[in-house]
Design a protein around this ligand. Structure first.
Ligand code: PHE
Length: 384
């Protein structure tokens, strides 16, 4: 009898001995059962199921066995690997369920907690009022136009027919912007069609009229909300920075009646039906004829006039509230913008919205509007 062929004898391959396979299986199953979390289970998987795990290595030894022994050993290895895989899947499922349950508790959101301790911001009431007024005109087909706040003197004064020696141009009224060059040259040089002139902080929104007419062919219908500057001290009734809204219409055949109708419509849109408006003669260099526009007091409707027992705070018992200046665009202004004044006519209106906000909401001190205190703005609502 020949001696046993060691390399062919399954019993001699250490890793394939039945008790050895059982030991590997039991060790793997025990490690799987002991894995406390998914991360450890992944390590256990690599050690006991991965390519270099004892059972995988044993599996590789199978090919070295003679065919009769291979089936038997293969079955044992296969069963052991099956048992390990099953244990692994079961533990995996168990640990995932535990994790999901834990996440539900740990990451639960208490929807009853206050969601934010920082209050929401909101737009300033002046901005919302300006938007509301602008909307009235946009609904009539007007276009919103804007211009720079640092403006060439030509647009702010000259093109508007404001004479060189007009008092509005003095240092007492207008903020002049230093060119900063120190060589006597003027910042405004070249800015306007008339190249000479200084640069100012615009004192009204009327320069936007000029820019709008130069930019467009008539007909022109624009509404121009914006910030303006004058050298006033800040007190209860003045502020050096305030807001105006300018209205300009240029078309064939426009008359003062169109202006009046447009202003009537604005007043009814903002204050309600049935309020009268009136125009009082006035003078502006850029309109001719010019007028001051008043609206009937929407609080007392004139009842407080001559009745000292029932004074009206809103109109100071005048019965009328002054809104702003208006008139037919001076033909010289049309000409400065290259518009044929024989063919076209226009009307314009300009007014300050701080005053409007004051009498519409009984604001007594203008400083409240510029200080940015939320206790002032909050009662106007939190429009965003
Ligand atoms: N620009 C003028 C002012 O600031 C108001 C105004 C505008 C007057 C348009 C007439 C026409 O006082």
């Amino acid at each position: 009898m020949s001696a046993p062929n060691k390399s062919y004898d399954p019993v001699e391959v250490e890793a394939l001995k039945p008790e050895e396979i059982e030991r590997m299986r039991d060790e793997a199953v025990a490690a799987i059962a002991a894995a406390p979390d998914l991360k450890t289970l992944r390590e256990v998987k690599a050690a006991h199921v991965g390519d270099r795990s004892p059972l995988a290595l044993a599996n590789r030894e199978l090919s070295a066995l003679p065919p009769h022994a291979r089936a038997d050993a293969g079955k044992r290895v296969g069963q052991a690997r099956g048992a390990v895989n099953k244990a692994l899947a079961a533990r995996q499922e168990e640990l995932e369920a535990e994790r999901d349950a834990r996440v539900l508790v740990e990451e639960a959101v208490d929807v009853t907690l206050p969601y934010d301790r920082i209050p929401l911001g909101a737009r300033h009431p002046l901005t919302t009022l300006a938007d509301r007024i602008t909307d009235v005109f946009v609904a009539m087909g007007y276009e919103v136009a804007e211009g720079p706040e640092v403006e060439a003197e030509w647009y702010n004064f000259d093109a508007l027919n404001i004479a060189k020696d007009h008092p509005a141009r003095t240092m007492q009224d207008t903020f002049f912007v230093d060119s900063g060059r120190g060589d006597g040259t003027r910042l405004g040089d070249g800015l306007g069609p008339d190249a000479s002139g200084d640069v100012v902080l615009r004192t009204h929104t009327s320069p936007v009229q000029i820019r709008s007419m130069l930019d467009r062919e008539p007909p022109v219908y624009v509404i121009c909300p914006g910030r303006v500057y004058r050298t006033d001290e800040l007190d209860a009734t003045h502020t050096p920075v305030f807001h105006q809204i300018e209205l300009l219409a240029v078309d064939e055949g426009l008359t003062m009646a169109d202006l009046k109708g447009t202003l009537d419509h604005m007043v009814l849109s903002l204050f309600g039906e049935g309020l009268k408006t009136r125009l009082r003669p006035n003078y502006f260099p850029f309109t001719e004829p010019s007028a001051e526009m008043d609206m009937e007091c929407y609080v007392c409707h004139g009842a407080s006039v001559g009745d000292p027992d029932n004074p009206c705070r809103t109109c100071s018992s005048e019965g009328w509230i002054e809104l702003g200046g208006c008139g037919m665009v001076n033909p010289r202004v049309l000409a400065a913008c290259g518009i044929d004044a024989d063919r076209y006519s226009g009307f314009a209106f300009g007014f300050g919205i701080e005053r409007l906000l004051m009498f519409r909401h009984n604001v007594e001190d203008m400083r409240d509007m510029v200080e940015g205190d939320v206790r002032f703005t909050r009662p106007f609502g939190m429009e965003i």
